[in-house]
Design a protein. Sequence first.
Length: 349
Amino acid sequence: MKLGRIHAAVTAGTLLALTATAQDNTSEQASEPASTAAIPTVQPYSIAPAPDPLATAAAVYATYQNDVTRLEQKRFEDVASIQSALNDLGSQNHNQLSRGWIAYSALIASQDPEFRAAVRDGEAYYGRDFLVRGLQNDVRYARTLHGGSAAVSAALNAGAADAQRLQATAQTVKQQAYSLQSYGWAKGKLGDSGALATRLRAESLIGRTASNDMTTAFRAPDIGNVLSTAGRVGAPSIWRNINGASDRVRVANVRTITGGTRRSVAPGSEQVADKIATLAAYRVLGSEQTGPAPIQGAMTESQTSGCMNMANLNLQQCIAATHQHFEVPFCLGEHALAEIGSCIAKVSN
């Protein structure tokens, strides 16, 4: 089957074959920025850190981004390399990935100095427990604090940068699908593609565990210095700095970086922005001390999760329609990369 026909088959077949599944599963559900030009190194913990739900969730999203970095840097050279990428990207659980993205966004938002000061002022005035209850009862409250809009905007800038990266990588991967048609091994039969799609579905329901490197990196004491530059003009992609070498994560030279565009929240995505701000406030207060219920509640939202679930279903349907190995990269680029990027991009203007 040619690549254009694969996509047509996916478009025609997804709603008929997978709508019921989508409906069932959609319902599932810090330090300040560096002030000098020095380039410090983030050191890993020498002892096991206290559990941090935001860092733990963000490490899942970071592991996905690390998979993307590998696709950026390497070409498909054999069947094993294609299957390895499919196993990594095809086993993502939409709830875990969306929670990881919103947790990552909150970690970035929590770096805003004015927002941090406003949260600390609220804690001093009301008391920590009272403020946590207020944040839990009114998800809109955190974004109204001084610096709240700027903090969310910083997170949206990082999300937009990630979305652009995913779209660019998707184009590269899909282009490989076309060029691979000239190789005999790539034109070999895929085998039972329906069984492969079923296996991917089962694995996506379980999800992919965050890598030890990403978990260590996101629990490092100085990770805030890295996150404070995410998505800013002049800063390199942090995913090229956090790429499996957690003992060598480097902070960009802050003198070359500017704030960039002040992004606004897209209509219909206000709840996502509110939850990012709420989680950022919990981070400032000490997310490991806040308790699991408020954190998990704020990390769970249906818009991004549902969008990522549909991307997973489309990937599985695309794989079920393939016959030859060279067709798999097209499915990965279209659904495991570009569609995930679109899910992130739609939150901001």
